[in-house]
Design a protein around this ligand. Sequence first.
Ligand code: PMP
Length: 401
Amino acid sequence: MTSKFVGSNSKILEKANLLKSNNLYPFFRAIEASEGSVITFDNKDQIMIGSNNYLGLTHHPHVVEASIKAIEKYGTGCTGSRFLNGNLSIHEELEEKLANYLGHEAALCFSTGMQTNLGALSAICGPRDCMIFDSENHASLIDASRLALGATFKYKHNDMESLEEQLAANVNRFKNVVIVADGVFSMTGKILKLDKVIELADKYGAIVYVDDAHGIGVMGEKGRGTMNHFGVTEKVDFNMGTFSKSFASIGGVLSGTKESIDYVKHTARSFMFSASMPPSAVATVGACVDVIMSDDTIHPRLWKNVEFIRNGFKEIGFYTYESETPIIPVFIGDDLKAMQVTKFLGDMGVFATPVLAPAVPQGEALIRTSYMASHSIEELTKVLEVFKMAKKEFDIPGIHH
Ligand code: PMP
């Protein structure tokens, strides 16, 4: 059947089909089984280095058991929004647990991280307010800024002079001026200069909103996030986190003062008009917090793995963007080469994902690798061996031009 609909960006499918016909299409690979750090794809075991399962908790026995028990007690879905019929006592217990864990007065759980940003920012940034926005913010923040009625002004990535210029230019023109930035940048693994952001926010009376999707569970003491890492928890007005990474589940959280969270709870449309997190997801997150609090080996294992692999890449001569977190991007350069390398890695038993233009500037394609507390040193040694072979085979430059 021919389609009446033709999308305005028709080139995108042409490109995808060309890659598929050359067996180089690196997206939507259907994973057949998963044990966390090892997955099965194409009937072959591969070491997973493309996941955000930083703490490796997706298969932790206590977490799995809690998830199953929640299904048995509450069923598989809530079939309604928190606002109406979909609010369970475990949603509220989880919010209290997360507020205590993060060190904020109150927390609110959304059904995904994306919905958290869309709903929270469009609630916070009304027509008389504005956002001051890091130029490398995540797509969900970009979409949130399109949805919000207030204006958005960008500052140069992690550049505090540029941020100050934007603050000085806008602080007297708007009611609330909201600085919005990723805590850990999702492509480069770089950390936001949050201590400096807070200084400027204090100076100009701005509100601070941190998307800590990749920092929560990872950064700071017991993974309490980037704000804890810098010791500025009380100064962050809104901290956003996802459960789709360290917390082995799906959902998102916004934390802050009781009053501000209550305001978002009664105004964020993606919260009020979308079904609530399913019981199994809620129980999973609660169990992850318990495991983090009781197991003192997780974070040392994670950081040991990160240091091992980062040093390994440097020794082989890859450029890894001076990442400071478990996200370690490996510079490749050309888009086609990045897809060829991805295919090569897969054939050699390593599952990784490329990041191509326009997600990164043209000619700066990379392979975004990320590591888990549950990877073994043997697995990481194999990853490095395979990358070493790839470097030779594809002549990958060790510097970023
Ligand atoms: N913010 C950032 C920085 C992210 O990387 C992501 C997901 N990749 C999100 C928000 C959205 O989170 P979720 O997957 O839970 O919708």
